[in-house]
Design a protein around this ligand. Structure first.
Ligand code: AMP
Ligand code: GLY
Length: 423
């Protein structure tokens, strides 16, 4: 089979690495890809939002299956464009990707179908939102409705802060049109867990759990980022939590989407918070997590292409997912200054230490070729993942491996996976 992967980050690198292991695959393309993905795939210079060009490429190169890694093209309707041209594609249609694309939609869905989540109100009028705040208790959480690169969530401690937040989201349009509507919701506390799943429209198969570290600095301080590191499995995702989520969250979400005439095929990423009152959905995403994919996929035993095909064909009930009985930790190596301001273009050294290795990997998030060298090309540059027989070992291995690569202004958190000491 010939596979086209759409995207350019560490997630798409992890997908490409896993697809390359499939016995069914003869050739992989990635659009636009990056310098690391180029080891497994022929990178094609077409942007992820250029749907017509991508579809034309898929036709011309007789691609058997296109796998979309990123949220923007999914929410924008890339799957509908491919399907209209008779092309096989893995991912939700536009009317289902709204599960990630609109937080107001997903909150209303959860309310209608009794899926546990934080109490909330939706607003499309800033005056009404401001009036509502006067009666609300603090802290409170403000969320821009649409996609905002993971930055559209504000946790406000005081009424003044919350009012400023409403102004910046809805009036100053800090996150652009993502702020045309907003959700104001109850502040919850608890540990966060990411659970990824494959869905074929009716059947859902749950992958192993993971935990992300979203803040830029040690001790969960600093600004929110796309994710500074992950570990899998999460020791806090116990059997009891799993049982609750299977009963109240996972299948219910899939059935709710189908009942709404929005059958979901692809990946549903459940962002969960384990509160005192039980697990609650913080958010849905319609794609693999990044860097969650970088710890989950290296532990997956299945041929991923078979699973992708089962989702497209509606035969996922015939597949059982299997994961290694081990652990993985991913440490993101970023450019100093990320997520605000940073320099790029520095040569990356030490990548050869990872060639052909099966227990440590370097997934490129922001890299490119320049004058025959691989240089940094983003805020998040690399995800260094290592396996171990348990989380402690995986963590030690990941930090050792992270020492083997270097570039000017390299920055990483030193406490990825430290929470496991408390488990
Ligand atoms: P989201 O994009 O909705 O996952 O929000 C980003 C981050 O904001 C989450 O990972 C949480 O850390 C935090 N967050 C979102 N909603 C809430 C909430 N209702 N209570 C507390 N923290 C939240
Ligand atoms: N790591 C969080 C996300 O992919 O949304």
């Amino acid at each position: 089979m010939k596979i086209l992967i759409v995207g350019s980050g560490g997630r798409e690198h992890a997908i490409a690495w896993k697809v390359a292991k499939s016995s069914k695959v003869t050739k992989i393309y990635c659009a636009p890809g990056n310098a690391g993905i180029a080891e497994y795939a022929e990178c094609v210079d077409i942007g992820a939002m250029e749907f017509d060009k991508l579809a034309a490429f898929a036709k011309e190169h007789q691609i058997d299956l296109t796998v979309v890694g990123m949220d923007d093209p999914l929410v924008g309707g890339i799957v509908d464009v491919f399907e209209a041209q008779g092309l096989r594609v893995f991912g939700p249609r536009k009317n289902a990707a709204i599960l990630e694309g609109s937080k107001a939609f997903s909150k209303d869905l959860m309310k209608k179908y009794g899926i546990p989540t934080a109490a909330y109100e939706n607003f499309d009028d800033p005056e009404k939102a401001l009036a509502y705040l006067e009666t609300a208790s603090m802290p409170i959480v403000l969320k821009a409705d649409g996609l905002a690169l993971g930055k559209g969530v504000l946790i406000c401690e005081t009424l003044e802060e919350a009012k400023e937040g409403v102004k910046s989201i809805m009036m100053d349009k800090k996150f652009g049109s993502a702020g045309n509507q907003m959700v104001i919701e109850e502040f919850m506390t608890g540990r966060e867990v990411s659970v990824l799943s494959f869905v074929d429209g009716k059947t859902i198969r749950i992958m192993t759990s993971a935990q992300d570290h979203k803040r830029a600095q040690d001790g969960d301080k600093g600004l929110n980022t796309g994710g500074m590191g992950t570990f899998s499995p999460s020791p806090f995702y116990t059997e009891e939590v799993d049982t609750f989520c299977r009963e109240h969250i996972y299948q219910k979400t899939v059935d709710a989407m189908a009942a709404e005439g929005r059958a979901f095929k692809g990946i549903i990423f459940f962002g969960l918070m384990l509160t005192e009152k039980g697990p609650r959905v913080l958010e849905y995403n319609a794609r693999f997590g990044d860097p969650e994919a970088q710890v989950v996929l290296p532990r997956m035993k299945n041929d991923i292409v078979e699973v992708f095909e089962a989702c497209v064909d509606g035969t996922l009930d015939k597949i059982e997912l299997e994961f290694e009985d081990n652990a993985a930790v991913c440490v993101v190596l970023a450019s100093e200054g990320y997520p605000v301001q940073y320099k790029k273009g520095f040569e990356i050294q030490g990548l050869e230490a990872f060639k052909g290795q099966e227990d440590k990997f370097v997934f490129h998030a922001g890299s490119k070729f320049a004058d025959g060298k691989i240089v940094t090309n983003g805020g998040r540059v690399l995800g260094v993942t290592a396996l171990g027989k348990n989380l402690k070992e995986a963590r030690a291995n990941a930090y050792r491996a992270a020492e083997e690569v270097d570039f000017e202004n390299k920055y990483c958190r030193s406490d990825i996976g430290k929470a496991i000491d408390e488990a």
